[in-house]
Design a protein around this ligand. Structure first.
Ligand SMILES: NC(=O)c1ccc[n+]([C@@H]2O[C@H](COP(=O)([O-])OP(=O)(O)OC[C@H]3O[C@@H](n4cnc5c(N)ncnc54)[C@H](O)[C@@H]3O)[C@@H](O)[C@H]2O)c1
Length: 371
C-alpha cells in the first residue's frame, strides 16, 4: 500500500504558488527544525508537506505520531521526503518525548489528539489522557526546551457552545459543552494560557473549523465530508443525522495549514486565540447533494436521528481576528477544494477502502449504548 504522493505534492505546490508567502515568512522557516505531533493525521500530513518545502534541505520536520487514527497502524499518510523524520511514539510517553526533544526543536505544532466527539464519548478516559495529560507533558518539554513557539490545534466546536450569535467571535465562550473532546480541547487552551502566563511560553491557540481535503481517511469517528465521499463512491446512501438544514463552516485543509504557518511566524499571534475557518456556511443537505452529483451516486440520501451531543444547528466563524493578526486569507473556494478531495479519493481508492475504519453494522452517527 502506498499513497499517490505526487498528486498531493502537486496540489501543495499549486497552493503555495497562488498564496505567495512573503520573503520574511520563507526566510523565517528556512533551515528550522520543527515538531509536528499528529503529523500522520489528516491536517498534520498537509502541514508536513508545506513545512518540508519551507524548511528546505537543511531543515527538519519531525513527526511524533502513534498512528491511533489510522487502521492497521500504518504510516501510509507520512510522505517519503528526505527532510521528514518519523518517530512512532506517544505524546503521553516520556521516552518518545525525550527522543523528539533531543533534536533542538524551534517550533512545536501540536495537532495530535484523540479524534473526536463521538470517539471521546465512547472512550472518555483515554480522550482525557491524550488531550489533557499528553498535552501537559508536551507543554513541559516545550518549556524546558525553550521553543520559539508552541502552536495548538484547538477547535471552534469546543469553545462557543450551541446557540451563540453568529458569526462566532473569539471573545464569546460557552461553558456548556456536549462532549469530552470539546471539554478537553478547551482545557488545552486553558493550560496553554497558564504556561504563557507563568513561564512566558510563546503559545498560540488556533481554533479550527470542520476541515476537509486530501489526507483524511473515512471512518466511524471521522468528519462528514470524507465519509460522504466514501459512501457515495461505494454507491451507498448518505446518512444525514438531523434535518439537513444544519450548517457548517467547511474549511479547506490547505487554508488551515496557511493559518498555522502564519500563526508560527507572526509574533502578534503569541498569547492569542483565533478562528481559522472559511468564514462561509454550507448546509449539510446541499453538501450531500453536491457529493452525490459529483460522484454520480443515484442512491437517495437518508435521514437519521440527530446525535444527542450534536447540538449546533449552525456554525459560522468570524475570521476577522486572524485576518488582522496574521494576515490569514483563505483562498480555496469550496467547490474547487471539494473536487480536489474527490480526485484524491479516486487516485487512492483501493488503499482508502482498506484503511477506512467502519465497524460493521455500526455508524457512530446513530450508535448508542446498546448497539
Ligand atoms: N479535522 C477537523 O475538522 C478539526 C477541527 C477542529 C480541530 N481539529 C484538531 O486538529 C488536530 C488535527 O486533526 P486531524 O483531523 O488531522 O485529526 P487526525 O486524527 O487525523 O490526526 C491526529 C493525529 O494524532 C495522532 N495521535 C493521536 N493520539 C496520539 C498520541 N497519544 N500520541 C501521538 N500521536 C497521537 C493520530 O494517530 C493522528 O495521526 C486535532 O488536534 C484536532 O482535534 C481538527
Amino acid at each position: 500500500m502506498k499513497q499517490n504522493w505526487s498528486f498531493r505534492i502537486q496540489i501543495v505546490d499549486t497552493y503555495l504558488n497562488s498564496l505567495k508567502l512573503s520573503n520574511d515568512i520563507n526566510n523565517y522557516y528556512l533551515n528550522k527544525t520543527i515538531l509536528i505531533t499528529g503529523g500522520a493525521g489528516a491536517i498534520g500530513s498537509n502541514l508536513v508537506l508545506v513545512l518540508s518545502k519551507l524548511v528546505g534541505d537543511n531543515g527538519l520536520i519531525l513527526i511524533l505520531d502513534n498512528f491511533s487514527s489510522i487502521k492497521l497502524k500504518s504510516s501510509w499518510n507520512v510522505p517519503p521526503l528526505s527532510n521528514v523524520m518519523l518517530i512512532e511514539g506517544d505524546i503521553r510517553n516520556d521516552r518518545s518525548l525525550k527522543r523528539v526533544f533531543k533534536e533542538n526543536i524551534s517550533l512545536v505544532f501540536h495537532l495530535a489528539a484523540f479524534f473526536a466527539n463521538q470517539n471521546s464519548i465512547d472512550f472518555p478516559e483515554e480522550s482525557a489522557e491524550v488531550d489533557t495529560i499528553g498535552h501537559i507533558k508536551l507543554l513541559e518539554y516545550s518549556n524546558i526546551s525553550n521553543v520559539e513557539k508552541f502552536i495548538y490545534a484547538s477547535s471552534g466546536c469546543a469553545i462557543y457552545g450551541s446557540y451563540p450569535q453568529l458569526p462566532l467571535k473569539e471573545d464569546f465562550i460557552s461553558m456548556h459543552l456536549t462532549t469530552p473532546y470539546q471539554i478537553n480541547k478547551m482545557v488545552g487552551e486553558m493550560y496553554n494560557n497558564f504556561y504563557r502566563h507563568h513561564y512566558n511560553l510563546p503559545i498560540v491557540n488556533c481554533r479550527f473549523f470542520n476541515s476537509y481535503g486530501p489526507g483524511e481517511i473515512p471512518g466511524q469517528y471521522r468528519n462528514v465530508i470524507p465519509n460522504f465521499i466514501y459512501w457515495a463512491l461505494s454507491k451507498g446512501s448518505l446518512p444525514i443525522t438531523g434535518e439537513g438544514n444544519e450548517t457548517r463552516d467547511f474549511t479547506s485543509v490547505l487554508d488551515l495549514v496557511q493559518g498555522l504557518v502564519k500563526a508560527g511566524f507572526y509574533n502578534e499571534a503569541v498569547g492569542e486565540n483565533f478562528n481559522l475557518a472559511s468564514g462561509k456556511e454550507i448546509s449539510i443537505k446541499s453538501m450531500a447533494e453536491l457529493v452525490n452529483k459529483t460522484t454520480q451516486n443515484t442512491t437517495p440520501i437518508c435521514f437519521k436521528p440527530r446525535r444527542k451531543w450534536d447540538t449546533k444547528p449552525r456554525l459560522l466563524a468570524s475570521i476577522e481576528k486572524a485576518k488582522l493578526l496574521i494576515k490569514y486569507e483563505p483562498i480555496i473556494e469550496f467547490e474547487k477544494g471539494f473536487l480536489e478531495n474527490i480526485s484524491w479519493f479516486k487516485q487512492n481508492w483501493e488503499d482508502i477502502q482498506l484503511l477506512s475504519d467502519f465497524n460493521p453494522g455500526i455508524n457512530s452517527a446513530v450508535r448508542n449504548k446498546t448497539s
